[in-house]
Design a protein around this ligand. Structure first.
Ligand code: SAM
Length: 246
């Protein structure tokens, strides 16, 4: 039976409760911090669509503050990771270099950067420029050059394609950057095994937790915002056997 622990808190505070060297896989989607970038471009934020990585309330720090917060996140992640553990960090393409630099500083081994392509993006300003339909994911192992990789003999490309999050996955409320379960499940199944411990320190609506539960992994999830935390708890509880909430 899987174990689930959920924290409605700042991830750096909550991760202090996670034991050293206890996590097999981190799959997370931290703030991309593109709010100020988008505002400076006079983007009409009110018209931004679901699954677009623009400002969503948590996303408008100064760059230095965001970099410091990501540095703290990687420092805490390094403490809780098992040697040979694996990490996937979703990120805006223009921030990938910063993410790799900070992760390497804390002992993560950079494997690759891949692309998530949304097959049905909103055709926003399609007659003015290229429609945004991609986000990056950055793949690391911890203290080793390889980790769990369950390919079963198949070749997996570094290009993953899905639709945007279907409405059926939003019945407990809408999160502005909710990832599709199929996208997260792709990584959880390849990069971990049943009974492993999966952590998402920025869990938003709880997609990683839903997938971890479904695939019989243990899960620790953290979300700062109470509304999104409650959404995540409801989604994960629907799938759970036993949940401890803090
Ligand atoms: C990009 S969203 C994650 C969306 C998630 N992948 C999903 O499928 O719903 C990032 C989340 O991190 C949360 N967040 C921001 N700063 C945080 C912090 N310091 N600690 C914990 N959560 C935080 C935000 O409230 C937001 O819900």
């Amino acid at each position: 039976m899987s174990e689930i622990k959920l924290y409605n808190d700042d991830c750096i505070v909550a991760m202090k409760k996670v034991a050293d060297k206890s996590i097999d896989l981190i799959v997370t989607d931290p703030p991309y911090n593109l709010g100020n970038f988008m505002k400076n471009r006079d983007t009409n934020l009110s018209k931004m669509r679901d699954n677009f990585f623009g400002s969503a309330g948590w996303d408008d720090m100064e760059f230095d503050d965001w970099e410091k917060s990501m540095d703290n996140f990687f420092k805490s992640s390094a403490r809780v990771m098992k040697k040979g553990g694996t990490m996937i960090v979703f990120m805006a393409i223009i921030k990938v270099e910063t993410i790799i630099r900070l992760a390497e500083k804390h002992g993560f081994y950079y494997k690759t950067t891949g692309i998530w392509h949304k097959t049905n993006p909103m055709p926003r300003n399609m007659n003015l420029h290229f429609v945004n339909s991609t986000e990056a994911w950055v793949y690391f192992t911890y203290k080793t050059r390889t980790g769990t990789f369950n390919n079963g003999g198949a070749m997996f490309h570094d290009f993953v394609e899905t639709s945007v999050t279907p409405n059926g996955e939003r019945k407990y409320g809408k999160h502005p950057t909710q990832k599709p379960e199929s996208l997260i499940q792709h990584f959880v199944e390849i990069l971990s095994n049943p009974d492993d411990w999966v952590l998402d320190p920025f869990m938003g609506s709880g997609t990683t937790g839903v997938v971890a539960k479904r695939t019989e992994r243990n899960f620790i999830g953290v979300e700062l915002d109470k509304t999104y935390f409650d959404m995540a708890k409801s989604r994960i509880e629907e799938k759970r056997n036993e949940t401890k909430c803090n």
